[in-house]
Design a protein. Structure first.
Length: 335
């Protein structure tokens, strides 16, 4: 039952790879989620997306997302992160935490429904649509709750590719400072690469390490969300609004398996001499899995509904985008 949807997601990822090859400034994962959003707006395709393709797209957006997050850990070496220096590390972590808290507060202040404040905060502060997918699977967010954050983080991350380079010289930043700013302030890893490479290889190297330091924050933040979700179900059971069996079935583990796998992959990359060919294969597989997952998530976005109900969410997204850009710039000045 899941094969048609998985094959469709795979074909869409190949198309996204072709787009990225033709236009390198467009990150592959951004192209994948944008393609999913585009396909999801075609009336003739909607019955297939909600019918025969639905089981496979669900597998892609959930299981493939988790596997991709695990493999993402192989990009992270704690040695490289330590090389940034304690000031850069501390300010990067502070940017993540302040952006997360600020965005979550904005989401609540603008009265966004359900898990949207949490998902937007996760995506904007850590690593874009991938982080939203990871958090969504832990808190068991509904598709309609996930769709708006995915659309917002894709929109704002794409805007960053155009806006940040235009501000590089007016702000008086060196190439390395620009790379630091991009790594600390742009959402998705692919968007960071597309933005920072404009300033050269030194800027790109700094941007990637700073960005991956932010990605490392995914593990503790998702783990904390998992614990809080368990506590919420325990309260529901205690209040008699859910049975013990139902609560146990719905409660996520204290540390989700894919988060444990992500941490294990980071430790493997840090402590063991992993061959370059193995890292290349893992990188290709990780990109393919996340591309398929993000296509599946994008296909659930309904722009018509967003246009009618997403004004407040758009305001939160733009404010969060400005917040992380400002905080990241401050971190650059401190470093």
């Amino acid at each position: 039952m899941w094969l048609p949807g998985v094959l469709t997601a795979a074909a869409a990822t190949l198309v996204a790879w072709g787009i990225h090859t033709l236009v390198p400034a467009v990150p592959l994962l951004t192209a994948a989620v944008a393609l999913g959003i585009l396909v999801g707006q075609i009336p003739a395709v909607r019955p297939a997306l909600t019918g025969i393709l639905a089981p496979g797209l669900s597998v892609a957006s959930k299981q493939f997302m988790r596997l991709g997050i695990v493999l993402l850990g192989l990009k992270l070496s704690l040695v490289d992160i330590a090389g940034l220096g304690w000031v850069t590390i501390a300010t990067t972590v502070a940017v993540v935490l302040l952006t997360f808290a600020g965005t979550f507060w904005l989401g609540r202040a603008f009265k966004l429904p359900g898990h949207q404040p949490l998902l937007i905060a996760t995506g904007f502060s850590i690593c874009g649509a991938s982080a939203i997918g990871a958090m969504s699977s832990v808190v068991r967010a509904k598709d309609e709750e996930t769709a708006t954050p995915i659309a917002l983080v894709t929109l704002c991350g794409t805007l960053a590719i155009a806006v940040l380079p235009a501000l590089w010289h007016p702000l008086g930043l060196t190439a390395v400072q620009f790379g630091h700013w991009v790594g600390a302030g742009v959402h998705d890893v692919g968007q960071v690469v597309a933005t920072a490479q404009i300033a050269g290889s030194a800027a790109l190297a700094v941007a990637i390490v700073v960005k991956l330091t932010r990605v490392l924050m995914l593990a503790p933040i998702v783990a904390v969300a998992s614990v809080l979700e368990r506590q919420k179900h325990a309260v529901l059971v205690g209040a008699g609004t859910a049975s013990i069996t139902d609560g146990a079935a719905k409660r996520p583990p204290i540390v989700p398996l894919f988060v444990a796998g992500f941490i294990a992959a980071v430790l493997v990359r840090t402590l063991l001499p992993v061959p370059e060919v193995a890292l290349d294969v893992a990188d290709t597989l990780q990109t393919a899995l996340l591309g398929m997952a993000l296509f599946g998530l994008g296909a659930a976005v309904q722009l018509g509904e967003l246009a009618r109900t997403g004004g407040r969410a758009l305001a939160v997204g733009l404010l969060s985008w400005a917040l992380i850009a400002a905080l990241a710039l401050g971190a650059v000045q401190l470093a």
